[in-house]
Every structure is written in structure tokens, then in C-alpha cells.
Design a protein around this ligand. Structure first.
Ligand code: HEM
Length: 534
């Protein structure tokens, strides 16, 4: 006893302090753990007292698939929720879904319960195509996803990085203007050009140069495979609605097709990585010095180089190379179509509203005439009307009209309804942008509504969330907006546009096609008339 006292009190006072601190830590952790458990239990009990969200009647096995099947599923969901409310339950095959269609319910979901719903449910198509769901779009929340997303937002798609690669976008936008002029002239002066096709091509060229420095691979193999992948990933395929039923995927042939597409894209990406690695090794041996080689790399650095340069450790390099696979695939899956689709919708709305087109052109021409007719990114911020045109386009035609489903870890209450664990929650961004309690004349294209408004699309104003919100907010927002703004500014500055075949503005069709993104159903053909600065 004396010995113990001696150790504790006389010879070694810090030991007593250590014991005290350890006891306190254990005590506090236990209290906080019990409190959390208590809170969880009382949340569970509280949630249990609320009703489940209403929804249409269901058939055995298929549930509500027959009421939801439509090429424009976001529209169908919006129609149903007018009847059943902004928090609506749909049983789609095996999956229990809740669709949210109002800014209030989206805010409760994406702000209050964001963490609870950070997980993606298992979707076989995303999982097979995207490396077992190890990319950002399909991966579940957790340390791995957080690291991946941080790399994406801070290294690859940060505002600084996007600005530093601005020259690529400017060069490609300039080439597009030349090409439109040439195509139109070749067709006999003022002939119609397929703007949808040209926009898709230029946007993907910009992305491929930004991501891996070249366009050759893209033209030959990457784009056609990506295009086929985009058609298969919608989240509502039979395979995704019956995720546990592998037999269904096997007899329908979807699993074989998905595996084939995945292998094709993986081989292409591996080729791109190998080429970058051997270029790096060549430079290192030439310079005998990694720092010197890196300095030279800086001169024509693309995003693959940025990631490869982030480590010199061989084991880490392996992981980084896998991350490059996921990041490249995501950039094209999530970013390949969304920007050109948005520009095509903006141009369609401006063609249907000639006085708004004139206003946008006047603003752009006043600015760029003073700059000698060079349309670059340095002063796009001054185009207030154009920025409103983009916001209004994203409100009416969000390129991603439905969120990718998320799944809750705990049962919660949203808008007075219980959302049980394992329910898939989907936000209808399209319906929210047209909610009449927030938007007057929601089906009218009125960019003016944004001129004196602070409402923005960055994920804080829940009536306008075309890029999502919360921890799953789109990481490509800076890059996407940069591409859309520059392309649109070039199109309206350099050309006056006419509808072909004496079509009247109000007769231009606005039908949508839904894959992963909501593009125009029919390509947009327009007649360009070159504008010459006075
Ligand atoms: C106008 C252009 C774009 C629009 C409207 C858009 C829209 C969106 C939306 C709504 C989401 C969230 C989906 C959800 O709620 O689950 C999203 C996620 C995502 N976007 Fe975009 N996007 C655009 C451009 C881009 C670009 C250019 C890239 C990459 C280069 C990109 C990469 C991603 C990724 C990786 C995710 C998944 C984020 C996560 O799950 O954590 N997007 N995008």
C-alpha cells in the first residue's frame, strides 16, 4: 500500500494526473455514447409515431413500376406528387423509394439529415461500370469517399485549377466558332448546323484535354463507349429495381453488356495512364532529377499528371492510378453531357424568346466589341444578363433532373412523414425548379427574375439546386459553369441565329430525352449568320 501511495503521490505525481485524465475520458465517452444511443432510440421512437408518406396503390412484385414508367420519369414523378404531395412513397420493384419534390422537403433532407443519407444504395449497373462503386458518384459515404471527393474538389476541379486550365477552354471555344462558320459556309452560306452535336463534341474535347491532355483517344474509342455507358446508367433499369435478383440481370443480358462496357473503358483508361507514366519516366531519366522533370511537366500538365505527381511512393502510386481510373470515368460520366446539354437548352430558350436573345447579345457585344472581339473568360463575370440566362436555364432544364438515390442509416421524419431505414430517397430537382409557390409563372423563361435576386445555384437556396446540395453537391460546379458560360458567350457574340425552314420561335420543339442527363430529344439545328464587330 505504501508502495502504491509512493508511486501515486510522492515520487510520480504525473501518474496520478494520467489516471485521473484517463478516468475522466472514459467517463465522458461513456456518457456521450449513452446519450447518443438514447437520442437514437428516442429519434426511432419519435419517428415511429409519424405516418409513412402517401403514394399510389401498388401491385404485387412490381409495386408502382407501371405508374412510373415513362421516358420522362421526372415529369411523371412530378405529376404523381401533385396528387400525393411533396413527400411521396413509391415501391419500384424490390426498392422502397421516397421522392421529394419541394424546396422544404429537400432542405430537410439535404441539410438537416444530410449525414444520415450520405450513403448510396447498391445499384448493380453503377457498381459494375464504376469499379464496384469505388468512384465518387456511386461510392458510399465513408473515409474512402471523403478522400476521393477531397482530391476531386481540391486537386482536380478547384476554382484555382479550373482557372489555370482556362486556356484549353478558350482555344476550343475559338475552334468551335471557326468550325460553325466553315460548316455553315460549306452548306451554301448560312446553312443550318447541328448545334447539339457540335456542343457535345467541343465539351468532350475540352474535358479530355483538361483531364489527359489529348483528344486522339477520345475521338477513336473513348466517346462511343462512354455514350453507350450513359445510355445504360439511369438508376431505373430492371436490374437496379431488383438489385438482389442476379438471375434477372443474367437472363436479360444486362450484366454481360455492363461487364463488357466496363472492360472496354478500363482498357482505354489504362492506356492513357500508361502513356503518362512512360512520359514521366522518360523525362525523369532525361533530366536525372525528379524536380526538374516535374518543372517541365508543369508546362503542359493535365489532371492525370497532377495526380501522378502527388506521390513518389510506389505503393501509393498504385492507389493513385486506380483513383485516376475512377476520376476520369466520373469526369466523363457526370460531366461529359451535362454542360453541352445546358448550353443547348439555353440556346433553345433564347431562340423561342427573341427579345431575350437580343438583350443577351447586346450585353455581350457591348463588352467584347470594346475588347476587340475576343471572347475569353477574363470578363465573363461582367455579363449579368447572361448569368441570369444560365440560372434560368438550370432552373427550367436541370441537366440532372433527378438525384441519384441515397439511403438512410436511421429512420427520420421529413415534412411530418416517417422515412424508414433503407428507404431510397430521390430529390426531383426538376419539380423543385418549377414549384409555383416559389416561382411565378414557372414554365416561362424569364431570366429577369434573377437580375435583382440573390438566389444562386450553389446549394444554399433550396428552390434552385440543379447541382444538388450538402455533402453530395456536384464537385464539377466550377468547371461546368465555366464551360457553359464561355460557350454561350461565344455563340451569342459571334453569330446571329435563325431557325431553319422558317420555323416560328414558338414552334421550336422542347421535347426531352432522359438518360443520365436530360438532353433535347431532337438535335438543335440553327442557321448561323456571322457577326462582325463594327
Ligand atoms: C452544368 C453542368 C452540371 C450539372 C447541372 C451537374 C449536376 C449534378 C448534380 C445534380 C449532382 C448531384 C446528384 C445527386 O444529387 O446525387 C452531381 C454530382 C456529381 N457531379 Fe455534376 N453536374 C454538372 C457538371 C459536372 C462536371 C463538369 C463534373 C466533372 C468534371 C461533374 C462531376 C460530378 C460528380 C463526380 C458527382 C458525384 C458527387 C457525389 O456523389 O459526391 N459534374 N452533378
Amino acid at each position: 500500500m505504501e508502495e502504491i501511495n509512493e508511486i501515486l503521490f510522492s515520487n510520480n505525481p504525473p501518474l496520478l494526473i494520467i489516471i485521473l485524465i484517463t478516468t475522466l475520458i472514459i467517463l465522458f465517452s461513456t456518457i456521450s455514447f449513452l446519450k447518443k444511443q438514447n437520442k437514437k432510440q428516442s429519434n426511432k421512437n419519435r419517428a415511429a409515431t409519424f405516418p409513412l408518406p402517401p403514394g399510389p396503390w401498388k401491385l404485387p412484385i412490381i409495386g408502382n413500376i407501371h405508374q412510373s414508367s415513362s421516358a420522362l420519369i421526372h415529369r411523371r414523378f412530378a405529376e404523381l406528387s401533385q396528387h400525393y404531395g411533396p413527400v411521396m412513397h413509391l415501391q419500384l420493384g424490390e426498392t422502397s423509394n421516397v421522392v421529394l419534390s419541394s424546396p422544404e422537403s429537400a432542405s430537410e433532407f439535404l441539410k438537416t439529415h444530410d449525414q444520415n443519407f450520405a450513403i448510396r444504395p447498391y445499384m448493380p449497373s453503377g457498381s459494375i461500370i464504376c469499379y464496384g462503386g469505388r468512384d465518387i458518384v456511386f461510392s458510399s459515404e465513408g473515409d474512402y469517399w471523403r478522400r476521393m471527393k477531397r482530391i476531386c474538389t481540391t486537386e482536380l476541379l478547384s476554382k484555382k485549377r479550373v482557372t489555370s486550365l482556362r486556356f484549353i477552354r478558350e482555344e476550343e471555344a475559338d475552334k468551335l466558332v471557326q468550325l460553325i462558320g466553315r460548316e455553315s459556309a460549306a452548306g451554301g452560306g448560312g446553312a443550318a448546323v447541328n448545334l447539339s452535336r457540335l456542343l457535345f463534341a467541343v465539351s468532350n474535347t475540352m474535358t479530355s484535354r483538361t483531364a489527359f491532355g489529348k483528344v486522339r483517344e477520345l475521338e477513336e474509342s473513348f466517346l462511343p463507349v462512354m455514350h453507350r455507358i450513359l445510355q445504360t446508367l439511369g438508376g431505373f433499369s430492371i436490374g437496379d429495381l431488383f438489385p438482389s435478383n442476379r438471375f434477372l440481370r443474367l437472363i436479360s443480358g444486362t450484366e454481360r453488356e455492363l461487364n463488357k462496357l466496363h472492360q472496354e473503358i478500363d482498357v482505354i483508361i489504362q492506356g492513357i495512364v500508361d502513356e503518362h507514366l512512360s512520359r514521366r519516366r522518360r523525362r525523369e531519366t532525361e533530366h536525372h532529377d525528379i524536380a526538374e522533370a516535374a518543372e517541365e511537366d508543369d508546362n503542359d500538365e493535365d489532371l492525370v499528371d497532377v495526380l501522378l505527381a502527388s506521390t513518389n511512393n510506389h505503393l501509393e502510386a498504385k492507389a493513385i492510378i486506380m483513383i485516376i481510373h475512377y476520376a476520369l470515368q466520373d469526369m466523363f460520366l457526370a460531366g461529359g453531357e451535362t454542360s453541352p446539354v445546358t448550353v443547348a437548352w439555353a440556346m433553345s430558350e433564347l431562340m423561342r424568346n427573341p427579345e431575350k436573345m437580343e438583350k443577351a447579345q447586346r450585353e455581350a457585344r457591348q463588352l467584347f466589341d470594346r475588347k476587340g472581339g475576343v471572347v475569353d473568360e477574363s470578363c465573363l463575370d461582367e455579363l449579368h444578363y447572361l448569368k441570369s440566362v444560365i440560372k434560368e436555364t438550370l432552373r427550367m432544364h436541370p441537366a440532372v433532373p433527378l438525384s441519384i438515390p441515397r439511403e438512410g442509416v436511421e429512420a427520420v421524419v421529413i415534412n411530418g412523414y416517417r422515412i424508414p431505414t433503407k428507404t431510397r430517397v430521390i430529390v426531383n430537382y426538376w419539380a423543385i425548379g418549377r414549384d409555383p409557390s416559389y416561382w411565378t409563372q414557372p414554365d416561362e423563361f424569364m431570366p429577369e427574375r434573377f437580375l435583382d435576386s440573390s438566389v444562386d445555384y450553389k446549394g444554399f437556396d433550396f428552390q434552385l439546386i440543379p447541382f444538388g446540395a450538402g455533402r453530395r453537391l456536384c464537385p464539377g460546379i466550377n468547371y461546368g459553369i465555366a464551360v457553359v458560360s464561355l460557350l454561350l458567350a461565344n455563340l451569342i457574340y459571334h453569330f446571329d441565329w435563325k431557325l431553319p425552314n422558317q420555323l416560328k420561335p414558338q414552334d421550336l420543339d422542347m421535347f426531352k430525352n432522359l438518360g443520365v442527363s436530360a438532353s433535347r430529344k431532337n438535335d438543335l439545328y440553327l442557321n448561323p449568320i456571322p457577326y462582325h464587330a463594327p
